[in-house]
Design a protein. Structure first.
Length: 144
């Protein structure tokens, strides 16, 4: 199956493309935090739907939530989550076309929730204007 689903290893290593994140934040302006909240809500639902579909060995049930998660993740520069979601979506479509069970992708689906949670935490940490930024030492006693 790997030959059918080529993976971009460089993108897979990037949790967040911060340039894309900043571009989205600029484009959305004041609506950014609200849209990020929708990503949180939709992402939680998508991950649960993907897990439920995998438990039921339902390839059709994997397609739409994986597609939604892929698109929304990439909107915020969440490249690693987008790549995994796309991988699951493409494999699920292959399973539908071939009329086979998606169970061989269980190990990838198991990694989805922790990756979503890690990604969401990074996005929310960066988006929160109240997050205290680490200072470089100016105005603080260094070494104490």
């Amino acid at each position: 199956m790997d030959q059918i689903l080529p993976r971009n290893e460089r993108v897979d290593e990037i949790l967040i493309d911060w340039d894309e994140f900043r571009a989205t934040r600029t484009q959305l302006g004041a609506a950014f935090v609200r849209i990020l909240g929708y990503f949180r809500e939709d992402g939680i639902k998508s991950v649960a739907a993907i897990e439920d579909a995998m438990r039921a060995r339902d390839a059709r049930g994997l397609v739409m939530p994986a597609h939604t998660l892929k698109s929304e993740a990439r909107q915020f520069g969440a490249e690693k989550l987008g790549a995994l979601s796309e991988d699951i979506e493409i494999f699920a479509r292959h399973c539908l076309e071939s009329q086979i069970s998606p169970e061989e992708y269980l190990p990838r689906v198991v990694t989805l929730r922790p990756l979503f949670e890690e990604t969401l935490a990074a996005l929310e940490r960066e988006a929160n204007p109240l997050v205290q930024r680490r200072t470089t030492g100016f105005g603080r006693a260094v070494g104490y």
